[in-house]
Design a protein around this ligand. Structure first.
Ligand code: FEO
Length: 408
């Protein structure tokens, strides 16, 4: 049975929600599910914007058939060829043999890579600024390579001011009837998932995202239709500001993420004391996370959110505790930059964690390591002094000059 919603004059959401999948990309936990958005425009010709993941294909095809009411499907705009959005193309082509596939040249290559049908008779290749007139609607194609794959474009409907934004401005989280941003608690309930989605999926591609933001600034946008999550129909400045920070690798706010690895609780104890004393000194928004029990995608998102990091890790096999190593290599791969960092290593004989953490962080742009110390086995009065020195160094680096005097 169909499940659709009209979102604008002659435009319908025909996507589907997925709540049974545990890991998006078989990698990222999605406890609130995910939506695969697709949109259908009924003009003199019919135009579909992207498809959905294979898992929800039957629901999607029922939605499309319902809105078409027996009409043929004339155009499929392929903004993005990742399988969570393109998986149903071959089924659509077999259902609607006259379908034109409007896409970039790179997407056309990928069509042949992903599917077994011959896309050539269906192709309508477009490039930057090309337009397609369908009835009263004029669609303009804007290239957006590496947001988040090389073939990506976005499509602008100038009649309605709708930007079909591909992965941009999307989020994890299934839709539950309320489909527009102003029907939902974006700032309270959704922002964390917007951040986690962006930083982990698109985080590496800050420069291409900034290029797209510049292009989008020249469009008269009244609605943003992403491929995942709520549709934006107002409050654009809020999400654009978040994107501007994330894409520039600038923190959203002053704060410290304390991430510890602890095999037997000793470094956990040190991390808790460090965090408490840092907060007592006046540092804002100090947050403590266990690297072993917190999925790395949440740690990545919080690293993008805050201005500084304090990392506690044991030495392990003459190297670095694996969970911390994974976290730091993920931050490096995603391009995190411009952060202030304090390091604390632990061990009972040959210390190696600090050197390994430093080796990774020093290859990252704009990372300032303000201080570090070692804790032999567990925290004692002598090592507490060193830990408090590291805390003071971090506080001095992150606090406004006129508040450093209250550091304890
Ligand atoms: Fe939702 Fe890059 O695909």
């Amino acid at each position: 049975m169909h499940c659709v919603r009209q979102i604008a004059d002659r435009v319908f959401w025909v996507g589907a929600n997925e709540r049974r999948l545990h890991l998006f990309e078989n990698l990222f936990p999605i406890p609130q599910g995910v939506s695969y958005n697709s949109y259908l425009l009924l003009e003199e010709q019919t135009v579909l914007f992207d498809t959905v993941d294979r898992a929800v294909g039957d629901q999607f095809l029922a939605n499309v058939a319902h809105v078409l009411q027996g009409r043929a499907l004339d155009y499929l705009i392929v903004n993005h060829m990742e399988p969570d959005h393109c998986a149903i193309i071959e089924r659509l082509v077999s259902l609607y043999p006259g379908l034109k596939l409007v896409c970039t040249a790179k997407a056309a290559q990928m069509l042949a890579q992903f599917f077994t049908f011959d896309p050539a008779p269906h192709l309508h290749i477009v490039k930057e600024g090309d337009k397609l007139k369908v009835g009263a609607t004029e669609l303009t194609f804007v290239m957006a390579p590496m947001v988040h794959w090389p073939e990506v474009m976005v499509t602008f409907d100038s009649l309605r001011g709708i930007l079909y934004a591909a992965d941009a401005f999307g989020t994890f989280g299934a839709l539950g009837g309320n489909i527009f941003n102003d029907e939902l608690d974006i700032r309270g309930e959704w922002l964390g998932e917007y951040r986690r989605y962006y930083t982990n999926i698109v985080g590496k591609y800050g420069v291409p995202v900034r290029n797209l933001l510049k292009k989008a600034a020249g469009l008269s946008i009244k609605m943003i239709c992403p491929l995942h999550g709520p549709i934006w129909r107002n409050d654009f400045a809020y999400i654009l500001d978040k994107y501007a920070h994330w894409a520039a690798y600038e923190p959203e706010e002053q704060g410290t993420l304390v991430v510890y690895a602890s095999m037997y609780g000793n470094l956990e104890n040190a991390a808790n004391i460090f965090a408490q004393r840092l907060a007592e000194a006046g540092a804002p928004r100090v947050t403590v996370r266990d690297v072993s029990s917190t999925d790395v995608s949440y740690l990545v998102a919080e690293s993008f959110r805050y201005s500084s990091l304090a990392l506690f890790a044991p030495s392990y096999n003459a190297g670095l505790y694996p969970a911390m190593q994974h976290f730091l290599l993920d931050l490096k791969a995603l391009g995190l930059s411009n952060r202030t960092v304090a390091l604390v290593e632990g061990g009972s004989w040959a210390m190696s964690a600090g050197k390994e953490m430093r080796a990774i962080l020093e290859t990252m742009k704009g990372i300032s390591i303000v201080d570090s110390c070692s804790i032999m086995s567990s925290l004692h009065e002598n090592s507490l002094g060193e830990l408090m020195r590291v805390k003071d160094s971090l506080f001095a680096a992150i606090a406004p000059a006129d508040t450093t005097a209250i550091a304890k």
